[in-house]
Write a protein that binds this ligand. Structure first.
Ligand code: AMP
Ligand code: MG
Length: 474
């Protein structure tokens, strides 16, 4: 018997002691399970029935787990912060999943650590459910992401703008190694640590990388592909600080994130992003900015000569543009029913996007309407906009061999986690009603299918339902 029965094998805990601080979760008053992701538990080789409230809330540490808080640093909105680290999360340990992949299990909201600074080490129900729903939706959309294994309430109150119910999220990731993990050691001039961390990250994520430069190339490519994926579903991460960018290429940290309703490149939701640094259309540039920080941290491993190292790393970083463009074009071609490549495709895609922007068309519904009916003129409503685009598009699609409908339907979801639905779900949960949480989770599990609940969940917000700002999970 036991709590969360899993075969732990904790490679991070075997790294040098200054990479982390060993820390047990702080017990909570009255843990109660909200949800267990049984399919994911099964994938991890964990018996779902052994995932108890006590294990998720941190009151019982599973056998084989070696909880620790990871050290990292990072640039937050461009400002250097020499020490961040897990301040409200603990890495419980690692398991090898059924496909042989190593996965981290982390408890978010498990109490204070030496990296908590002024924080309480806790999370409240709202951000826990937001991350649960949105990360699982991201996975169902087919994009790399951390996952949600389970969530529990703590029976304790945490104080934010107001007293809120406390909660813990059990999160699963390929690893929690971030750009900021490398930065922490680079800033300390700890070359041995950077070497060790690089070797660890290569073994874990890019075993075919033969050199640190190869490794950097892989991370650049993985992040370029990821961000192109975000763009294709209208996702705005909201807080792309270097501590929130993984080495694995998984989406991490669902704080003030949001999916766009109306399409506009400058869209920003995060309350703390006043300058629009992480606006929708800035995300590729911000990805490059963050990867430049990783490149800097890796410089001494790339060349003994700094100038030479900079030149090599810069060239490697420049590949981001072509990786991003290739993946962006592939995804947006598919969204308008194209598999083959023609020179005019980009102009055709951009032509639609600019018409959507001037029409303030719903991003998801425009592409889905195109997919389902070949018509989106009721959404792309700016004067003459649809009529001036559709003939060229139809002519182009006619040059494709196959049926474009299936291509488009697989590239453009019917449902995304819309902000007003997330807010509604959180509000209900705080009042003790988890039905909206379950319903939203169910609908978002098959976002490319049209089911009985699709029309309702595909609806954009009414004016009074519109969410204008999202907030950090703190
Ligand atoms: P985030 O903005 O969520 O990426 O968090 C940035 C930093 O703040 C990380 O080092 C977190 O561990 C820390 N942090 C956020 N919320 C809390 C909290 N409630 N208690 C302690 N540390 C926190
Ligand atoms: Mg973070």
């Amino acid at each position: 018997m036991g709590f969360m029965r899993a075969s732990f094998d904790n490679s991070y805990a075997r790294l040098p002691g200054h990479f982390y601080h060993r820390q047990t979760p702080s017990p909570v008053a009255d843990p109660a399970l909200i949800a267990v992701n049984e399919a994911l538990a099964d994938e991890l080789g964990i018996d779902p029935a052994s995932i108890t409230a006590a294990a998720i809330a941190g009151n019982e540490v599973p056998e084989g787990a070696e909880p620790l808080a990871q050290l990292y640093a990072g640039h937050q909105f461009g400002n250097w912060v020499p020490q961040l680290g897990d301040g409200r999360a603990l890495l419980l340990g690692e398991v090898i999943d059924r496909t042989g992949k190593r996965r981290d299990i982390q408890l978010k909201g498990a109490g204070r650590t030496p990296f908590s600074r002024g924080g309480d080490g806790r999370a409240w129900l709202g951000p826990v459910l937001r991350e649960y729903v949105v990360s699982e939706a991201m996975h169902a959309l087919g994009l790399p992401t951390t996952r949600a294994l389970a969530a529990a309430t703590t029976g304790e109150t945490v104080v934010r703008e107001a007293p809120r119910p406390g909660a813990v999220l059990a999160r699963v990731a390929a690893s929690h190694i971030r750009v900021g993990t490398f930065q922490a050691f680079a800033a300390r001039g700890d070359l041995a640590a950077i070497r060790t961390l690089t070797a660890h990250a290569i073994a874990r994520h890019y075993p075919d990388a033969e050199t640190p430069l190869d490794f950097f190339d892989r991370v650049v490519a993985a992040q370029a592909r990821l961000i192109a994926g975000w763009m294709s579903v209208g996702f705005i991460h909201g807080v792309m600080n270097t501590d929130n960018m993984t080495i694995s290429g998984e989406t991490i940290d669902y704080g003030p994130c949001a999916f766009m309703d109306e399409y506009h490149g400058g869209t920003v939701f995060s309350s703390i992003d006043r300058m629009g640094r992480y606006a929708y259309q800035n995300q590729p540039d911000m990805g490059i900015w963050n990867l430049a920080q990783l490149g800097s941290a890796l410089l001494p491993l790339i060349s003994d000569d700094e100038d030479e190292g900079v030149a090599i790393a810069t060239e490697a970083l420049n590949a981001f543009g072509s990786h991003f463009r290739t993946e962006w074009l592939r995804r947006f071609r598919a969204k308008i029913g194209l598999v083959t490549e023609e020179a005019g495709d980009e102009a055709l895609i951009v032509g639609l996007l600019s018409r959507m922007s001037s029409s303030r068309a719903d991003f998801t519904n425009t592409f889905r309407a195109l997919a389902n009916t070949g018509y989106a003129g009721h959404l792309v409503t700016d004067a003459g906009a649809w009529e001036s685009w559709a003939p060229d598009w139809k002519a182009r699609v006619a040059r494709e061999a196959g049926d474009p409908t299936a291509i488009m339907r697989a590239a453009s979801p019917a449902v995304i986690p819309r902000n007003h639905r997330i807010e509604e779900m959180i509000e209900a949960a705080v009042a003790g009603d988890y039905v909206p949480f379950r319903k939203l989770s169910t609908v978002l599990a098959t976002p490319y299918e049209d089911g009985p609940d699709t029309p309702d969940f595909a609806k954009p917000p009414r004016p009074e339902e519109r969410v204008r700002q999202t907030f950090c999970g703190t």
